[in-house]
Design a protein around this ligand. Sequence first.
Ligand SMILES: C[S@@+](CC[C@H](N)C(=O)[O-])C[C@H]1O[C@@H](n2cnc3c(N)ncnc32)[C@H](O)[C@@H]1O
Length: 251
Amino acid sequence: MREKKISLRLENICDMVPKTSKKILDVGTDHGYVPIHLVKNKRVISAIAADISGSSLQKAKDEIKKNNLSDVIFVREGNGLQVITDKDEVDTVVIAGMGGVLISDILEEASHLSRKEEMFFVLQPVQGVEELRNYLSAHHYEMKREKLFKWSGKFYQVFLCKISKNMQPSSDEYYYELSQELTKNPDRELLEYIEIQEAILQNIKHSLLQLQHKFELNLEQQNKLESVKEKILFYERVKSNASQGFGKQFG
Ligand SMILES: C[S@@+](CC[C@H](N)C(=O)[O-])C[C@H]1O[C@@H](n2cnc3c(N)ncnc32)[C@H](O)[C@@H]1O
């Protein structure tokens, strides 16, 4: 059967799976498109397609059967990484299309796996990017690759990471939303993303300053205002570096 074309979002997720990977677990597989694409394109040998919802898993079962892949893609119903043990020899876990907080909760509940440190994780939060980056940084995950992309009018990020005990938590919180790596080679897409984020921050700053005129800000509000101001400055720096780079490229 010819494979259905997958979306750019799913393509970016599949591209992050290491070339050395042999067996993946796709947590929250829904239709099973990610494991089907990876197996059909010989990117991995086999996969476990898992979902907490029986009805989502039924969709995956039907797609896998339609593609004659039932002998290499195994479906499992359950919560997060609880569906596997070390014996499954999964080398890469994909968790995509969920909020960053839910993704970090799923990672947190996987302490039964002693091989977790050998695994690669491909993570694609639909919101809560900063919360997920925060969690990864505090729990010794090392970013191996990361990408920002635009799909269907919205920006998304996707990460490939791995636990590394030598990894120290980041001391620069203003990189949590974007990361130093992503801002190293700014392109027009990154600048568009920054414009949107900056507009949101300017609104928050404006509301907090208006509040400050009427009342004294509490400690939480003061901290928020400081962090918003610093983030705006950080985005301004990235934009100014980028415009110099573009000047060289196109000027
Ligand atoms: C929006 S879909 C994303 C599907 C696919 N991963 C993607 O990126 O397009 C989210 C899926 O995650 C499943 N899900 C939510 N929480 C889960 C959990 N704790 N463990 C496993 N699956 C979960 C839902 O049932 C749903 O099928």
